[in-house]
Structures are given as structure tokens and as C-alpha cells.
Design a protein around this ligand. Sequence first.
Ligand code: DGL
Length: 269
Amino acid sequence: MPARVDGPIGLFDSGVGGLTVARAIADRLPGEQLLYFGDTAHLPYGDKSPEAIRGYSLAIAHHLVSLGAKAVVVACNSASSVAYEALVEALDVPVFNVIDPVVDEVARLGLERVGIWGTKATVKSGVFPSKLAKANAKIHVSAWATPLLVPVIEENILSGPILDAVINGYALPTEAENVDALLLACTHYPIVAKQIGQRLGEHVALLSTPQIVAEHVALELAKHGLLHTESLQRAAHQFVVSDFTPAFQAIAQQFFGEVIELREDHLWA
Ligand code: DGL
């Protein structure tokens, strides 16, 4: 089935993290309808094996395409690390990951001492260091698995002593490395970028990864002739989860500033 220009842009993540990317795409492309899938039944992805993450990703992406998605954004670094190639092979709509545009931006900025915070799955995959080294042979990359940020954010704990303790624990080894930039290589983390930035100080640049991805998606959809024209009215965004959680509803509403309708689709019933 050929991708339809008036179809939604599909996105998925294990939970609310991909909403950072969805929000950036909604800001960059206000005429586009979004179809977001949060795989809350399998959260967190970062602890799962590459095979499990690939299996979930393929099922969700096929589901998004069956619902009319004209493109799929893998709004999750863990899935982008281990499932992107399989998704490109399996789908006949454009597929975007959240890693390549960020790697290109790091190379463009000429950053040389780069730190990475990501899930265990992302760090273990080694995808970021290997792509960054290909983009800039002089780069020095240090990567840390910082998985506790995910459940804290999913709990909607976005300030206060619990969040501060987790950030502080992860900041200590990061500071010792003297990085000049930190990549928030998990789509959940930009939700608390301000708190991370305050802890690490101004000498460590935090890249706005959701905006970098949104810009890339906009350019690529235009190249594929898949952008809605300004005059078209878009349908309401759709939010789907594999297991309903009140926290997802609350965070999605904070992100989109409107009452969202959340639906549960059981892909693994
Ligand atoms: N937001 C996801 C990522 O970018 C997944 C976090 C998780 O579920 O562990 O890696």
C-alpha cells in the first residue's frame, strides 16, 4: 500500500519518552497528524535483549502502518540502536531513527569530548561511539548507562529530591571525564534536560536532540513528497498505549497542552 500524504506520522517508544520527539515534530510541522504508540506493557526497553526490542518494534511499526502511518519515527534510542535496520527492511514507508541526525549534528559542530547518557540497551549496542567515530575520527566518546532516570520520569517525578539524587549519582563520573557536550541518548531524558543542565553547569553543552530529529524528519518527508501542504486541515493526534497508565495520560496532556484521548491497543493479547 503506497504511503498517503494525508496519513499520520507514526512514532513509537516504550512509554512517554518519545513524546519529546512528537512534540518537536508537532512544533516543526504543525500541519501533520501524529499517531503515537507507547509500549507501556513492555517498559522499560533498556533492560530487554536486542531480540525482544526488535520483536516489539516490528509488531508496533506494522501496526502503525496498518493504521495508515505514512512514515515511522523510532522515537526511542534503545529501539533505534538495535531494531532500525530490521524496520527499514520490513517496512515500505520511510523509517527514521533518533541517532543518525544527532551524530551528524555532533560532527557538524566539531564536538570532540562527548559524553552519552543512555539506557543499558543503547550503551551496550555501541552504536553511538561507532557512528560518532565514523563521523569524526578525532572524537573521544564516553558512554554511561543511566537507566534509573526512565522509571523516575515515567512516575512523573520531574523535580525534587528523588530526581536530584539520581541525576547527581550519574553526574559524578560524567564530571570526572571533562566532556564538553552530553548527549541525552534516551528520548525520556530531555523531559528533565533543565535539571541535568543545571547540575552539570554551563560548560557542558546539552544538544536539543528532539529538535534535531524533527528537523531531519521534516527535510526527509519533503524529499519523499510526503509533507502535508499548509492548506490541509489535520486530524487530531492519536495516542495509543499497550497498557493504560494514568501517568502516561497526565504526561501526554502536559506535553500537548490539550485533553488527549488515549486508546489501548493490545498487540500481544
Ligand atoms: N525512551 C527510550 C530510549 O530512548 C526507552 C527507555 C526505556 O524504556 O528503557 O531509549
